[in-house]
Design a protein. Structure first.
Length: 202
C-alpha cells in the first residue's frame, strides 16, 4: 500500500502563468447530463463549428462514430471534439451510456486554430485513469449548480470550467509549461522521447 502523505500545507509557486489570457478567453456555453435511458434515442452525425465539446463517459459502453471511424468507448473515457469534428453516438437498448457534456467557445490556444483545445491529430478519446473522480466531480458540480439556479451559478461554473480545461489537458498528456511558454505536445510518447533525450547543460 502506498504511504499516506504527511503534507499538511502545500504552497503554490509564485510564478504560475495562466494559459487563458489575451484573446484566449474560453466561454462556457452549456453543461449537460445525459442519463443512460436518454442515450438510447437516435441521433444524426453532426459537428459544432464554433465551440469545443467535452464528454466524460460515466457508465455503459457503446460505439461512437468520429468522422468515418467507429470507436468503442467505456466508463472513464474522455472525448474531446474540437470545432468541426463530425461525430455521433450509436444508439440502442443494449448501448445505454451515462455521461456529462460541456461546450466551450472562445478558445484560442497557442499554436492551434480557433476553438481547438488540442492538436487536430492528437486523437479524440482519452482514458482518464486516476483523474476520473476529480473530472466527474467538476462536471457534476457545474451541472448541479446551473440546474439548481444557484446564486452566481454562471460565474462559479466559469471558474470551474478553467480548472476542467487544465485537467483535460493534463489527462491528454499535452500540457507542458516551461516558464512563461505553453507548449502542446502531440502525445505522451512525444513527451517521453524528448525527456529521454534531454540536453545536458555544461
Amino acid at each position: 500500500m502506498p504511504k499516506a502523505s504527511l503534507n499538511v500545507q502545500c504552497f503554490v509557486e509564485k510564478k504560475v502563468k495562466s494559459i487563458f489570457e489575451g484573446e484566449n478567453q474560453p466561454k462556457l456555453l452549456y453543461v449537460s447530463e445525459i442519463r443512460p435511458d436518454a442515450s438510447a434515442h437516435p441521433r444524426v452525425m453532426h459537428a459544432h463549428e464554433d465551440f469545443v465539446e467535452l464528454i466524460l463517459i460515466c457508465s455503459g459502453s457503446s460505439e461512437y462514430l468520429i468522422h468515418d471511424k467507429k470507436v468503442i468507448i467505456k466508463p472513464g473515457d474522455l472525448l474531446v471534439y474540437n470545432a468541426g469534428v463530425v461525430h455521433d453516438e450509436v444508439s440502442g437498448p443494449n448501448m445505454e451510456v451515462g455521461s456529462y457534456c460541456i461546450a466551450v467557445g472562445g478558445l484560442h490556444m497557442p499554436g492551434l486554430r480557433g476553438n481547438a483545445l488540442i492538436p487536430d491529430d492528437a486523437g479524440y478519446v482519452f482514458p482518464t485513469g486516476k483523474y476520473f473522480a476529480d473530472l466527474r466531480c467538476l462536471f457534476e458540480m457545474m451541472f448541479r449548480t446551473l440546474s439548481a439556479g444557484e446564486p452566481n451559478a454562471e460565474l462559479f461554473c466559469s471558474s470551474l470550467m478553467h480548472a476542467l480545461l487544465v485537467s483535460v489537458l493534463t489527462v491528454a498528456t499535452m500540457l507542458v509549461v516551461l516558464g512563461a511558454t505553453t507548449l502542446l505536445a502531440a502525445n505522451s510518447e512525444f513527451m517521453a522521447k524528448n525527456m529521454e533525450n534531454e540536453l545536458e547543460i555544461v
